[in-house]
Design a protein around this ligand. Structure first.
Ligand code: PLP
Length: 410
Protein backbone atom coordinates (compact mmCIF):
# COMPACT_ATOMS: atom_id res chain seq x y z
CA UNK A 1 0.00 0.00 0.00
CA UNK A 2 1.23 3.47 -0.83
CA UNK A 3 1.80 5.78 2.14
CA UNK A 4 -1.11 8.13 2.74
CA UNK A 5 0.38 11.57 3.20
CA UNK A 6 -1.12 14.86 4.22
CA UNK A 7 -1.55 17.49 1.57
CA UNK A 8 1.52 19.54 0.67
CA UNK A 9 -0.77 22.53 1.18
CA UNK A 10 -0.07 21.97 4.89
CA UNK A 11 3.71 22.22 4.45
CA UNK A 12 3.89 25.78 5.72
CA UNK A 13 1.14 25.50 8.28
CA UNK A 14 1.97 25.66 11.97
CA UNK A 15 -0.32 25.60 15.00
CA UNK A 16 1.79 24.71 18.02
CA UNK A 17 -0.79 25.87 20.58
CA UNK A 18 -2.23 22.43 20.00
CA UNK A 19 0.94 20.83 18.66
CA UNK A 20 3.30 17.96 19.52
CA UNK A 21 3.98 19.20 23.06
CA UNK A 22 0.28 18.92 23.86
CA UNK A 23 0.51 15.31 22.68
CA UNK A 24 3.28 14.78 25.23
CA UNK A 25 1.13 16.44 27.93
CA UNK A 26 -1.72 14.10 27.09
CA UNK A 27 0.63 11.12 27.22
CA UNK A 28 1.72 12.19 30.72
CA UNK A 29 -1.94 12.50 31.71
CA UNK A 30 -2.54 8.96 30.54
CA UNK A 31 0.32 7.89 32.83
CA UNK A 32 -1.65 9.41 35.70
CA UNK A 33 0.00 12.83 36.10
CA UNK A 34 -2.16 15.87 36.44
CA UNK A 35 -1.07 18.58 33.99
CA UNK A 36 -1.85 22.27 34.41
CA UNK A 37 -2.69 23.48 30.92
CA UNK A 38 -1.62 27.07 30.51
CA UNK A 39 -1.29 26.76 26.76
CA UNK A 40 -4.70 27.92 25.52
CA UNK A 41 -7.00 30.85 26.28
CA UNK A 42 -9.97 28.71 27.27
CA UNK A 43 -11.71 30.33 30.27
CA UNK A 44 -14.32 27.65 31.16
CA UNK A 45 -12.01 24.97 32.63
CA UNK A 46 -10.76 27.59 35.11
CA UNK A 47 -14.21 28.24 36.55
CA UNK A 48 -15.34 31.14 34.33
CA UNK A 49 -18.94 31.02 33.16
CA UNK A 50 -20.71 32.76 30.30
CA UNK A 51 -23.22 35.41 31.48
CA UNK A 52 -26.56 34.02 32.71
CA UNK A 53 -28.52 36.16 30.22
CA UNK A 54 -26.64 34.65 27.32
CA UNK A 55 -27.19 31.09 28.55
CA UNK A 56 -30.83 31.85 29.27
CA UNK A 57 -31.48 33.10 25.72
CA UNK A 58 -29.86 30.01 24.25
CA UNK A 59 -31.79 27.61 26.44
CA UNK A 60 -35.20 29.29 26.08
CA UNK A 61 -34.95 29.51 22.29
CA UNK A 62 -33.19 26.23 21.65
CA UNK A 63 -36.27 24.65 20.06
CA UNK A 64 -36.14 27.32 17.34
CA UNK A 65 -32.52 26.53 16.51
CA UNK A 66 -32.96 23.20 14.84
CA UNK A 67 -32.82 24.35 11.25
CA UNK A 68 -30.07 26.04 9.26
CA UNK A 69 -30.10 29.81 9.54
CA UNK A 70 -29.34 32.36 6.83
CA UNK A 71 -25.77 31.55 5.77
CA UNK A 72 -24.51 34.88 7.11
CA UNK A 73 -26.29 34.29 10.42
CA UNK A 74 -29.57 34.89 12.23
CA UNK A 75 -30.99 38.32 11.55
CA UNK A 76 -31.35 39.02 15.29
CA UNK A 77 -27.69 38.18 15.93
CA UNK A 78 -26.48 40.28 13.01
CA UNK A 79 -28.70 43.15 14.12
CA UNK A 80 -27.07 43.03 17.56
CA UNK A 81 -23.60 43.10 15.96
CA UNK A 82 -24.75 46.01 13.77
CA UNK A 83 -25.92 48.00 16.77
CA UNK A 84 -22.76 47.29 18.71
CA UNK A 85 -20.55 48.66 15.94
CA UNK A 86 -22.80 51.63 15.30
CA UNK A 87 -22.32 52.46 18.95
CA UNK A 88 -18.55 52.02 18.45
CA UNK A 89 -18.85 54.58 15.62
CA UNK A 90 -17.97 52.37 12.70
CA UNK A 91 -19.15 54.18 9.55
CA UNK A 92 -21.39 52.47 6.98
CA UNK A 93 -22.15 49.27 8.83
CA UNK A 94 -24.58 47.24 6.74
CA UNK A 95 -26.36 44.21 8.14
CA UNK A 96 -25.61 42.31 4.92
CA UNK A 97 -21.90 42.86 5.43
CA UNK A 98 -21.93 41.01 8.75
CA UNK A 99 -21.05 37.31 8.76
CA UNK A 100 -21.49 35.06 11.79
CA UNK A 101 -19.12 32.12 11.92
CA UNK A 102 -18.15 29.13 14.04
CA UNK A 103 -15.69 31.28 15.93
CA UNK A 104 -13.41 33.94 14.50
CA UNK A 105 -11.20 31.01 13.50
CA UNK A 106 -13.57 29.91 10.75
CA UNK A 107 -13.98 33.47 9.51
CA UNK A 108 -10.23 34.06 9.29
CA UNK A 109 -9.82 30.93 7.20
CA UNK A 110 -12.81 31.82 5.02
CA UNK A 111 -11.49 35.33 4.43
CA UNK A 112 -8.12 34.13 3.24
CA UNK A 113 -9.65 31.44 1.02
CA UNK A 114 -11.94 34.03 -0.53
CA UNK A 115 -9.22 36.62 -1.09
CA UNK A 116 -5.86 35.15 -1.94
CA UNK A 117 -4.32 33.98 -5.16
CA UNK A 118 -1.07 32.04 -5.00
CA UNK A 119 1.76 34.35 -4.00
CA UNK A 120 -0.40 37.19 -2.70
CA UNK A 121 1.08 38.64 0.47
CA UNK A 122 -0.48 39.50 3.81
CA UNK A 123 1.42 41.43 6.47
CA UNK A 124 1.05 39.81 9.89
CA UNK A 125 2.55 40.86 13.23
CA UNK A 126 5.39 38.89 14.83
CA UNK A 127 4.62 37.55 17.32
CA UNK A 128 1.18 36.65 15.99
CA UNK A 129 -1.83 34.55 16.80
CA UNK A 130 -0.60 31.72 14.57
CA UNK A 131 -3.91 30.99 12.88
CA UNK A 132 -3.39 34.12 10.76
CA UNK A 133 -0.12 32.89 9.31
CA UNK A 134 -1.45 29.35 8.93
CA UNK A 135 -4.59 30.52 7.09
CA UNK A 136 -2.66 32.73 4.70
CA UNK A 137 -0.26 29.92 3.86
CA UNK A 138 -3.04 27.35 3.51
CA UNK A 139 -4.80 29.64 1.04
CA UNK A 140 -1.65 29.74 -1.12
CA UNK A 141 -0.64 33.20 0.05
CA UNK A 142 2.64 34.35 1.54
CA UNK A 143 2.67 35.54 5.14
CA UNK A 144 5.14 38.35 5.66
CA UNK A 145 5.83 39.29 9.28
CA UNK A 146 6.32 42.79 10.57
CA UNK A 147 7.95 43.15 13.93
CA UNK A 148 6.36 44.28 17.16
CA UNK A 149 8.83 46.00 19.46
CA UNK A 150 9.15 44.65 23.00
CA UNK A 151 11.09 47.78 24.05
CA UNK A 152 8.06 49.87 23.04
CA UNK A 153 5.52 47.76 24.97
CA UNK A 154 5.16 45.47 21.96
CA UNK A 155 3.74 48.13 19.64
CA UNK A 156 3.98 47.35 15.93
CA UNK A 157 7.12 48.77 14.33
CA UNK A 158 5.39 50.74 11.59
CA UNK A 159 8.62 51.49 9.72
CA UNK A 160 9.34 47.79 9.50
CA UNK A 161 5.76 47.18 8.40
CA UNK A 162 5.88 49.80 5.66
CA UNK A 163 9.25 48.60 4.40
CA UNK A 164 7.77 45.15 3.77
CA UNK A 165 4.93 46.29 1.50
CA UNK A 166 5.32 45.05 -2.07
CA UNK A 167 3.10 45.08 -5.15
CA UNK A 168 1.79 41.68 -4.04
CA UNK A 169 0.67 42.92 -0.59
CA UNK A 170 -3.10 42.74 -0.29
CA UNK A 171 -3.69 43.44 3.35
CA UNK A 172 -2.35 43.90 6.84
CA UNK A 173 -3.40 42.30 10.14
CA UNK A 174 -3.65 44.13 13.46
CA UNK A 175 -4.36 42.09 16.59
CA UNK A 176 -5.54 44.49 19.29
CA UNK A 177 -5.71 43.79 22.23
CA UNK A 178 -2.92 41.45 21.40
CA UNK A 179 -2.42 37.77 21.80
CA UNK A 180 0.27 36.72 22.80
CA UNK A 181 1.74 39.98 24.21
CA UNK A 182 -1.24 41.53 26.05
CA UNK A 183 -0.47 44.89 24.39
CA UNK A 184 -3.25 47.42 23.73
CA UNK A 185 -2.43 50.08 21.15
CA UNK A 186 -2.84 53.83 21.52
CA UNK A 187 -5.18 55.83 19.30
CA UNK A 188 -2.16 57.48 17.72
CA UNK A 189 -0.58 54.15 16.80
CA UNK A 190 -3.79 52.79 15.29
CA UNK A 191 -4.30 56.01 13.32
CA UNK A 192 -0.79 55.85 11.88
CA UNK A 193 -1.37 52.19 11.02
CA UNK A 194 -4.60 53.12 9.20
CA UNK A 195 -2.90 55.92 7.24
CA UNK A 196 -0.25 53.46 5.98
CA UNK A 197 -2.97 51.05 4.84
CA UNK A 198 -4.84 53.89 3.11
CA UNK A 199 -1.69 55.14 1.40
CA UNK A 200 -0.93 51.72 -0.05
CA UNK A 201 -4.52 50.62 -0.69
CA UNK A 202 -4.28 47.69 1.73
CA UNK A 203 -7.20 45.86 3.32
CA UNK A 204 -7.10 46.02 7.12
CA UNK A 205 -7.86 42.84 9.08
CA UNK A 206 -8.58 43.95 12.65
CA UNK A 207 -8.66 40.98 15.03
CA UNK A 208 -10.51 42.37 18.06
CA UNK A 209 -11.56 39.14 19.73
CA UNK A 210 -10.37 40.68 23.05
CA UNK A 211 -11.91 44.13 22.51
CA UNK A 212 -13.57 44.06 25.93
CA UNK A 213 -10.81 42.21 27.81
CA UNK A 214 -9.05 45.38 28.97
CA UNK A 215 -7.34 46.40 32.22
CA UNK A 216 -6.31 49.79 33.65
CA UNK A 217 -8.93 51.91 31.80
CA UNK A 218 -7.50 50.90 28.43
CA UNK A 219 -9.66 51.44 25.35
CA UNK A 220 -9.72 49.36 22.16
CA UNK A 221 -9.24 51.83 19.29
CA UNK A 222 -10.58 50.27 16.10
CA UNK A 223 -9.21 50.95 12.62
CA UNK A 224 -12.78 50.60 11.32
CA UNK A 225 -13.81 53.74 13.20
CA UNK A 226 -10.99 55.71 11.59
CA UNK A 227 -11.36 55.20 7.86
CA UNK A 228 -13.80 55.27 4.98
CA UNK A 229 -11.01 55.14 2.42
CA UNK A 230 -9.92 51.55 2.66
CA UNK A 231 -11.70 48.24 3.32
CA UNK A 232 -11.67 47.05 6.93
CA UNK A 233 -12.67 43.62 8.22
CA UNK A 234 -13.19 43.56 11.99
CA UNK A 235 -13.46 40.25 13.85
CA UNK A 236 -14.81 39.49 17.32
CA UNK A 237 -17.03 36.96 19.05
CA UNK A 238 -18.32 35.22 22.15
CA UNK A 239 -15.18 33.23 23.02
CA UNK A 240 -13.23 35.69 25.16
CA UNK A 241 -15.33 38.76 26.01
CA UNK A 242 -18.24 36.54 26.99
CA UNK A 243 -16.26 33.55 28.23
CA UNK A 244 -18.08 31.16 25.88
CA UNK A 245 -15.24 29.74 23.76
CA UNK A 246 -16.92 26.36 23.39
CA UNK A 247 -19.99 27.86 21.75
CA UNK A 248 -17.89 28.56 18.65
CA UNK A 249 -19.48 31.85 17.71
CA UNK A 250 -17.73 34.84 16.15
CA UNK A 251 -18.48 37.57 13.68
CA UNK A 252 -16.90 39.57 10.92
CA UNK A 253 -18.01 43.04 9.86
CA UNK A 254 -16.94 44.74 6.65
CA UNK A 255 -16.74 48.53 6.70
CA UNK A 256 -14.86 51.33 4.96
CA UNK A 257 -14.33 51.54 1.22
CA UNK A 258 -16.41 48.77 -0.34
CA UNK A 259 -16.90 50.21 -3.86
CA UNK A 260 -14.16 48.06 -5.37
CA UNK A 261 -14.70 45.03 -3.12
CA UNK A 262 -17.90 43.58 -4.62
CA UNK A 263 -16.21 40.57 -6.17
CA UNK A 264 -14.34 39.67 -2.97
CA UNK A 265 -17.54 40.05 -0.92
CA UNK A 266 -19.26 37.74 -3.40
CA UNK A 267 -16.48 35.21 -2.75
CA UNK A 268 -17.05 35.49 0.99
CA UNK A 269 -20.76 34.91 0.46
CA UNK A 270 -20.01 31.84 -1.68
CA UNK A 271 -17.88 30.33 1.08
CA UNK A 272 -20.50 31.23 3.72
CA UNK A 273 -23.15 29.52 1.59
CA UNK A 274 -20.99 26.44 1.07
CA UNK A 275 -20.73 25.80 4.81
CA UNK A 276 -24.52 26.44 5.02
CA UNK A 277 -24.45 28.44 8.25
CA UNK A 278 -22.70 28.66 11.60
CA UNK A 279 -23.92 26.83 14.70
CA UNK A 280 -27.41 28.27 15.33
CA UNK A 281 -27.86 27.63 19.09
CA UNK A 282 -24.76 29.74 19.82
CA UNK A 283 -26.07 32.59 17.67
CA UNK A 284 -29.02 32.84 20.05
CA UNK A 285 -26.64 34.22 22.69
CA UNK A 286 -25.29 37.14 20.66
CA UNK A 287 -28.11 39.58 21.35
CA UNK A 288 -27.89 39.20 25.14
CA UNK A 289 -24.10 39.43 25.05
CA UNK A 290 -23.87 42.58 22.97
CA UNK A 291 -26.93 44.14 24.61
CA UNK A 292 -25.12 43.97 27.95
CA UNK A 293 -22.03 45.53 26.34
CA UNK A 294 -24.07 48.46 25.08
CA UNK A 295 -25.51 48.92 28.55
CA UNK A 296 -21.92 49.27 29.77
CA UNK A 297 -22.34 46.31 32.08
CA UNK A 298 -20.97 42.86 31.44
CA UNK A 299 -20.01 40.01 33.72
CA UNK A 300 -16.43 40.25 32.55
CA UNK A 301 -16.25 43.98 33.37
CA UNK A 302 -16.40 43.00 37.06
CA UNK A 303 -13.64 40.45 36.61
CA UNK A 304 -11.40 42.97 34.85
CA UNK A 305 -11.84 45.92 37.23
CA UNK A 306 -9.38 46.46 40.11
CA UNK A 307 -10.11 43.79 42.71
CA UNK A 308 -11.73 41.56 40.08
CA UNK A 309 -10.49 38.03 39.58
CA UNK A 310 -8.84 38.52 36.18
CA UNK A 311 -7.21 41.76 37.25
CA UNK A 312 -5.76 40.13 40.39
CA UNK A 313 -4.47 37.18 38.36
CA UNK A 314 -2.91 39.51 35.79
CA UNK A 315 -1.13 41.43 38.57
CA UNK A 316 0.09 38.30 40.34
CA UNK A 317 1.32 36.69 37.13
CA UNK A 318 3.14 39.85 36.07
CA UNK A 319 4.77 40.36 39.46
CA UNK A 320 5.82 36.75 39.97
CA UNK A 321 7.21 36.32 36.45
CA UNK A 322 9.09 39.64 36.68
CA UNK A 323 10.73 38.54 39.89
CA UNK A 324 12.15 35.27 38.48
CA UNK A 325 15.87 35.75 37.70
CA UNK A 326 16.45 35.42 33.95
CA UNK A 327 12.90 36.39 32.92
CA UNK A 328 11.49 39.79 32.00
CA UNK A 329 8.02 40.66 30.81
CA UNK A 330 5.91 43.60 29.62
CA UNK A 331 2.86 44.18 31.80
CA UNK A 332 -0.23 43.05 29.86
CA UNK A 333 -3.02 45.61 29.36
CA UNK A 334 -5.53 43.28 27.76
CA UNK A 335 -6.34 39.59 27.09
CA UNK A 336 -5.21 36.63 29.25
CA UNK A 337 -1.53 36.20 28.42
CA UNK A 338 2.04 37.03 29.38
CA UNK A 339 4.81 36.73 26.81
CA UNK A 340 8.01 36.65 28.89
CA UNK A 341 11.51 36.94 27.50
CA UNK A 342 14.02 34.32 28.64
CA UNK A 343 17.69 35.10 29.08
CA UNK A 344 18.89 32.43 26.66
CA UNK A 345 22.55 32.88 27.59
CA UNK A 346 21.93 32.39 31.28
CA UNK A 347 20.04 29.15 30.67
CA UNK A 348 22.00 28.00 27.61
CA UNK A 349 18.79 27.84 25.60
CA UNK A 350 18.99 27.16 21.89
CA UNK A 351 15.51 25.65 21.47
CA UNK A 352 12.41 27.24 23.00
CA UNK A 353 10.46 24.07 22.20
CA UNK A 354 12.90 22.00 24.22
CA UNK A 355 12.58 24.51 27.09
CA UNK A 356 8.79 24.10 27.11
CA UNK A 357 9.08 20.31 26.96
CA UNK A 358 11.61 20.19 29.81
CA UNK A 359 9.35 22.43 31.93
CA UNK A 360 6.36 20.23 31.18
CA UNK A 361 8.18 17.06 32.17
CA UNK A 362 9.59 18.53 35.37
CA UNK A 363 6.71 20.67 36.67
CA UNK A 364 3.72 19.23 34.77
CA UNK A 365 2.73 22.65 33.50
CA UNK A 366 2.13 23.30 29.83
CA UNK A 367 3.01 26.63 28.17
CA UNK A 368 3.75 27.47 24.52
CA UNK A 369 7.11 28.39 22.99
CA UNK A 370 7.47 31.83 21.38
CA UNK A 371 8.36 30.35 18.01
CA UNK A 372 4.82 28.89 18.00
CA UNK A 373 3.68 32.50 17.53
CA UNK A 374 6.00 33.03 14.57
CA UNK A 375 8.46 34.89 16.77
CA UNK A 376 11.77 34.53 14.94
CA UNK A 377 13.99 33.96 18.00
CA UNK A 378 14.09 31.21 20.62
CA UNK A 379 13.78 33.53 23.59
CA UNK A 380 10.10 33.81 24.55
CA UNK A 381 7.16 31.74 25.72
CA UNK A 382 3.50 32.40 26.46
CA UNK A 383 1.68 31.75 29.72
CA UNK A 384 -2.10 31.90 30.17
CA UNK A 385 -3.06 33.52 33.48
CA UNK A 386 -6.59 32.12 33.73
CA UNK A 387 -6.12 29.81 36.77
CA UNK A 388 -7.26 31.15 40.13
CA UNK A 389 -4.74 32.88 42.38
CA UNK A 390 -3.78 29.76 44.37
CA UNK A 391 -3.22 27.60 41.31
CA UNK A 392 -1.43 30.37 39.44
CA UNK A 393 0.85 31.05 42.38
CA UNK A 394 1.76 27.37 42.64
CA UNK A 395 2.42 27.15 38.90
CA UNK A 396 4.65 30.22 38.86
CA UNK A 397 6.54 29.05 41.94
CA UNK A 398 7.11 25.89 39.94
CA UNK A 399 8.49 27.97 37.07
CA UNK A 400 10.89 29.77 39.44
CA UNK A 401 12.00 26.43 40.93
CA UNK A 402 12.51 24.92 37.49
CA UNK A 403 14.58 27.86 36.24
CA UNK A 404 16.70 28.07 39.40
CA UNK A 405 18.95 25.28 38.13
CA UNK A 406 17.93 24.90 34.46
CA UNK A 407 20.63 24.70 31.81
CA UNK A 408 19.54 23.41 28.44
CA UNK A 409 22.92 22.67 26.91
CA UNK A 410 24.97 21.23 29.71
N1 PLP B 1 -7.88 35.64 17.25
C1 PLP B 1 -7.13 35.66 18.35
C2 PLP B 1 -6.14 36.77 18.54
C3 PLP B 1 -7.26 34.65 19.31
O1 PLP B 1 -6.49 34.68 20.41
C4 PLP B 1 -8.18 33.60 19.10
C5 PLP B 1 -8.31 32.49 20.06
O2 PLP B 1 -7.54 32.33 20.97
C6 PLP B 1 -8.95 33.64 17.94
C7 PLP B 1 -8.79 34.67 17.04
C8 PLP B 1 -9.97 32.56 17.63
O3 PLP B 1 -11.12 32.79 18.36
P1 PLP B 1 -12.45 31.94 18.19
O4 PLP B 1 -12.64 31.18 19.47
O5 PLP B 1 -13.54 32.96 17.98
O6 PLP B 1 -12.29 31.05 17.02
Amino acid sequence: MQEIRKSTKLDNVLYDIRGPILDEAERLEEEGYSILKLHIGNPAPFGFNAPDDLLHDVVVNLKDAQGYSNSRGLYSARKAVYQYYQYRQFPDVDIDDIFIGNGVSELITMTMQALLDNGDEILIPAPDYPLWTASVNLAGGRSVHYRCDEQADWQPDLDDLESKITDRTKGVVLINPNNPTGAVYSRDLVERFVRIAERHGLIIFADEIYDQVLYDDEVCHSPAAMTEDTLVLTYSGLSKNFLAAGFRCGWLVLTGYKDTAGDFIEGLNMLANMRLCSNVPAQLGVQAALGASLGGYTESAKLLAPGGRLNDQRNLAYEMVSSIPGLSVVRPRGAFYLFPRIDTEKFGISSDERFVLDFLKKEHTLVVQGSGFNWPEQDHFRIVFLPDIEQLKAALEGLGRFLADYRQNR
